[in-house]
Write a protein that binds this ligand. Structure first.
Ligand code: PNS
Length: 159
């Protein structure tokens, strides 16, 4: 299970999905709606862009893209039979942020977390910076899949 906000998916996310798909027989990419965060993209659009980005990149494997919004992530994992969470870590800052969640998820439901190192070329890329650059009219094409760049360029985004 590769969970995240994916608001929007970046090239760093796509790199981690590619690596995870090569390690597991089945991979669920889960768009988690966090009601405490103000999102740029509707959840359904995030799912659609992830699916298109995976297809366009030619990433192989049994990959399912879904979304979810209520309750504990580990309960969702138990419901779908997932026992491993995959997270990309770009730096020690990410490790420090992810470690407490990984331990709590393990304590809650014996769900382990595996940290994957993305290509260092994407180390500076985050969804929050992409949202900021896009909202101020900058070019985000170097940081996101083409489908996302195209969507963010659309002046009247309604969904
Ligand atoms: O892409 P993000 O925003 O870093 O993703 C964070 C996410 C959605 C994976 C994280 O917030 C999460 O796991 N939320 C689910 C809520 C939950 O189960 N919390 C308790 C476990 S620490």
């Amino acid at each position: 299970m590769a969970p995240g906000s994916f608001d929007p998916i970046t090239l760093g996310h796509l790199d981690v999905i590619d690596r995870a798909a090569g390690l597991f027989d089945e991979l669920h990419v889960l768009v988690v709606h966090n009601p405490d965060k103000v999102a740029l993209l509707p959840v359904a659009k995030r799912v659609e862009l992830i699916e298109k980005s995976i297809r366009d990149a030619g990433i192989k494997g049994d990959i399912r893209v879904t979304s979810w919004s209520v309750g504990l992530l580990v309960d969702y994992c138990t419901d779908v039979g997932a026992s491993v969470l995959v997270k990309g870590v770009r730096s020690q800052v990410d490790v420090a942020y992810e470690t407490p969640m990984a331990i709590i998820n393990r304590n809650l439901a014996k769900v382990e977390t595996i940290f994957l190192l993305p290509d260092p070329a994407h180390a500076h890329v985050s969804s929050s910076l992409v949202r900021q650059v896009a909202s101020l009219g900058g070019d985000v094409a170097p940081y996101v899949p083409a489908a996302v760049a195209e969507y963010l360029r659309t002046p009247e985004r309604s969904n």
